[in-house]
Design a protein around this ligand. Structure first.
Ligand SMILES: NC(=O)c1ccc[n+]([C@@H]2O[C@H](COP(=O)([O-])OP(=O)(O)OC[C@H]3O[C@@H](n4cnc5c(N)ncnc54)[C@H](OP(=O)(O)O)[C@@H]3O)[C@@H](O)[C@H]2O)c1
Length: 250
């Protein structure tokens, strides 16, 4: 009976465009098998096709809304059924909603917390057994979690109080992963960029032109470096500021 080597695999949320698609494309080129997720099934399937063409040995697209808890469970189960373990979890999907603290409605607060904090938390919790399995199979490299936080989680920015609070909490969650899991090889990093040139940041183009924003390619380099680290180190957070900023770098 022949046994094939287990495939290196990753789950990437928000992989249909922007930063998530950039990261997934790099992983595809590096030979990762991928589970990719986003809401719009057509756009996600198109992205999956591009990832196969980029070299991913296997890509499964699992469309759904990360606000729906049942979907989060089925997303991880679908990954497990096909790939058995998870070498990397990229918690990328998230939303920004801007408005002054003085009249930001609690319903909008709840939505931000659900999408930017609760969903990554639930996904992480459900994926941990698969991440531990990957870490046990690869003691030198371990398994990795990368969460897309934001520089607003470090430095306050007007109109982004709640978004920044969710991203600061995400950084704290990542530190806890390292405290509880890194000794067994599951290491996490929060990547905390300033404005990145994607759809999400298009609303500030009048103030900050696209060419003054961080390029997706720079985020991809940093995430890829994190994934290549040995299991002997953790890098809890990486703040990426804009070089052409007049403030803290946002
Ligand atoms: N762009 C920036 O300036 C910036 C800066 C710092 C941090 N970040 C963080 O980086 C991450 C990615 O940002 P981005 O700029 O690449 O965003 P983007 O261009 O708006 O892409 C967001 C991705 O997430 C998916 N998504 C959005 N809402 C979802 C939901 N409810 N359920 C499932 N998937 C959902 C989108 O697909 P569907 O719409 O089809 O669901 C898409 O694939 C976010 O966590 C963001 O907070 C961004």
């Amino acid at each position: 009976m022949s046994t094939s080597a287990p495939v290196t695999s990753a789950l990437v949320t928000g992989a249909s465009r922007g930063i998530g698609l950039g990261i997934a494309t790099r992983l595809a080129r590096r030979g990762y098998a991928l589970t990719v997720a986003a809401r719009d099934p057509e756009r996600l399937e198109a992205a999956a096709g591009r990832l196969r063409a980029a070299g991913a040995p296997d890509v499964q697209a699992v469309a759904g809304d990360i606000a729906v808890e049942d979907y989060l469970g089925s997303l991880v189960q679908t990954h497990a059924a096909r790939f058995d373990k998870m070498d990397a979890l990229v918690l990328n999907a998230g939303v920004g909603s801007a408005g002054p603290l003085a009249d930001f409605h609690p319903r909008r607060f709840d939505k931000q917390v659900t999408l930017n904090l609760r969903a990554p938390y639930v996904l992480l919790q459900q994926a941990l057994p698969l991440l531990r399995k990957a870490a046990a199979a690869n003691p030198a490299g371990g398994a990795k979690v990368v969460a897309l936080s934001s520089i607003t989680g470090v430095y306050a920015e007007p109109d982004l109080a709640v978004y920044g609070a969710t991203k600061a909490a995400l950084m704290s969650l990542v530190r806890s992963v390292n405290r509880e899991e890194a000794g067994d090889g599951v290491c996490a990093t929060a990547v905390c960029p300033a404005y990145v040139d994607t759809d999400m940041a298009a609303y500030v183009h009048e103030r900050i032109p696209a060419e003054d924003m961080i390029a997706v390619a720079d985020i991809v380099e940093v995430v890829d470096a994190c994934l290549r680290l040995s299991a002997r180190v953790t890098v809890p957070e990486i703040v990426m500021a804009r070089s052409r900023s007049d403030g803290h770098g946002a």
